[in-house]
Design a protein. Structure first.
Length: 253
């Protein structure tokens, strides 16, 4: 599959997400935080999904001060959440908004950079659960609300190591290969019967804590800021990308 730079709606119009309801996982850190701020700035009501309540509260206060009352906190620990936790979140979204116009998966876990031969099995399972199974489960329970939208967009955050295998990236790379597959399968299932579009997006080399953990000696000045890649997410969430589904995009050329 060709991996294209996001072709539509860049830069997004100031009101690109006006009236839309968008849920974002990993909302308090790195790319998730940047996308949350950008979505609210472009007019969306944002559902902030993250595990750290203190950070969620701080982000909610920041968004409220800048954009008014257009953010909802949804504490959820993707590593430890049970089925009832997912159901409660989905019920709350449906009860408050009656629909969901966008779902952005930014939460993730790096694990360790270790040869497969010596990879710790419990760590492997944790990474696959957070990066893949939890994303699947959350998408599944939110599908009724996504289908209630006139044109919902689901975005799975991918990675270059999930498109071309690279030594020592272990569970993280495998989880991102699987996310690409989940995105394609779901897009194909929904394409002819619903207005929901599904795409994968590789943000590239971005100045995040996870990137720092993977490359501790890297020159930070050579990396994109999370805010630099947020417009690609906003574009895919917006109506400028209506009908665009089943693709695997890059934020950076």
């Amino acid at each position: 599959m060709a991996h294209l730079t996001v072709p539509c709606g860049l830069p997004p119009a100031p009101d690109a997400l006006a009236g839309k309801v968008v849920a974002i996982t990993g909302a308090t850190g790195g790319i998730g935080r940047a996308v949350s701020l950008a979505a609210a700035a472009h007019g969306a009501e944002v559902v902030l999904v993250a595990r750290n309540v203190r950070k969620l509260s701080a982000l909610h206060a920041e968004l409220t001060a800048a954009q008014g009352d257009r953010a909802t906190m949804a504490p959820l620990d993707l590593e430890k959440a049970l089925a009832n936790d997912y159901d409660r979140l989905a019920d709350a979204v449906q009860e408050r908004y009656g629909r969901l116009d966008g779902l952005v998966h930014c939460a993730g876990m790096l694990g360790t950079l270790t040869p497969v031969e010596g990879y710790d099995v419990p760590t492997w399972c944790r990474v696959l659960h957070v990066n893949l199974t939890a994303a699947f489960a959350l998408t599944q329970v939110l599908l009724p609300s996504l289908k209630a939208s006139a044109g919902a967009s689901v975005i799975f955050t991918s990675s270059s190591v999930g498109r071309q295998g690279r030594a020592f990236w272990g569970a993280y790379a495998v989880s991102k290969f699987a996310i690409e597959g989940l995105s394609q399968v779901l897009a194909a299932e929904l394409a002819d019967s619903t207005p929901v579009r599904v795409n994968a997006l590789n943000p590239g080399r971005v100045r995040t804590l996870m990137r720092r953990q993977a490359y501790p000696s890297e020159d930070l000045a050579k990396l994109a800021d999370p805010a630099d890649v947020a417009p690609a997410y906003i574009a895919l969430l917006s109506e400028s990308c209506a009908g665009v589904t089943g693709h695997s995009f890059n934020c950076q050329p």
